[in-house]
Design a protein around this ligand. Structure first.
Ligand code: ADP
Ligand code: MG
Length: 260
């Protein structure tokens, strides 16, 4: 398995930009998938949250699509929620600029007129939630017949949220000889159907266990007086950094947040 971004075939200027964000070594899912993805293979991958899947599919899309003409994107990234669409766009925007590809996120609850204007000017890579994309398609704001690269991110959540019929309708409108990448927390059930219908000999990569690894987790229990709870928690948080604090009630959550 290749060990560096350079060995995976990532262009040097991309590596330099990643380095400025303290991204210097590929994560396991990046190491496992990026080379195949940049060579044009379909792939389906499963890897834990936070394992760097956005860059794993983002760089291959950016380097793999041609410039778009008006209303005809060449790359499409489907995401289940507006938060995820935004996250993907902000993570990839700088890389896209570097690769001279424009990128736009479209999702409901924002001005459809703005989306239409941008599409008229030509958007290379569209990051979309299925609902808004279907609205735009119905209003003939774009066509997908030039889309040669499709990413379906968080396909399991897409299925959970009931988006699969819309996703299928959308993918059918893209080029027949497109490249298709799918990432999901599970690769069976409804997701395997997507793979069967829309991917050609996908290379399958699974990183990490299917269930959270509670064996490698250490549990501690402190018995403290009521008055010492907040200082004890504050102390731990100071030592350990990012922390999630659970409380029994909503009121307790408000109070803990205030005191902390
Ligand atoms: P996933 O989609 O797998 O849940 P993300 O793509 O959202 O994960 O990445 C999670 C975080 O990890 C992001 O902040 C991203 O910038 C960072 N990241 C991605 N790749 C690397 C890497 N190779 N080294 C360090 N951090 C990385
Ligand atoms: Mg992700």
């Amino acid at each position: 398995m290749a060990a560096t971004f350079q060995e995976l075939g990532v262009p040097l200027e991309f590596i330099e930009l990643l380095n400025t964000k303290n991204i210097t070594m590929p994560t396991p899912i990046q190491a496992a998938t990026m080379q195949d993805a940049m060579r044009g293979s379909d792939l389906c991958g499963r890897a834990p949250t936070g394992s760097g899947k956005t860059i794993a599919f983002g760089i291959p899309v950016i380097t793999g699509v041609t410039k778009a003409t008006a209303k005809r994107p060449t790359g499409l990234i489907l995401a289940p929620t507006r938060e995820l669409a935004e996250q993907i766009t902000s993570e990839l925007q700088g890389l896209a600029q570097l690769g001279k590809r424009s990128m736009l996120a479209v999702y409901g609850g924002t001005s459809i007129k703005k989306h239409k204007n941008r599409l008229n000017k030509g958007v290379d890579i569209l990051v979309a939630c299925p609902g808004r994309l279907n609205d735009l398609l119905q209003q003939k704001a774009l066509t997908l017949d030039e889309v040669s690269f499709v990413v379906i991110d968080e396909a399991d959540r897409m299925a959970d949220m009931g988006f699969l019929p819309e996703v299928k309708k959308i993918v059918r409108l893209t080029k027949g000889d497109r490249q298709t990448i799918l990432f999901s927390a599970t690769l069976d059930g409804a997701v395997s159907e997507l793979t069967r219908q829309f991917q050609k000999n996908p290379i399958r990569h699974e990183v990490g266990s299917k269930t959270p690894d509670i064996q490698s987790m250490e549990h501690f229990f402190w018995k403290v007086n009521r008055d010492s709870r907040v200082p004890a928690a504050a102390n731990l948080i100071l030592q350990r950094g990012k922390t999630i604090v659970f409380t029994r009630t909503r009121y307790g959550a408000e109070r803990a947040a205030k005191h902390l």
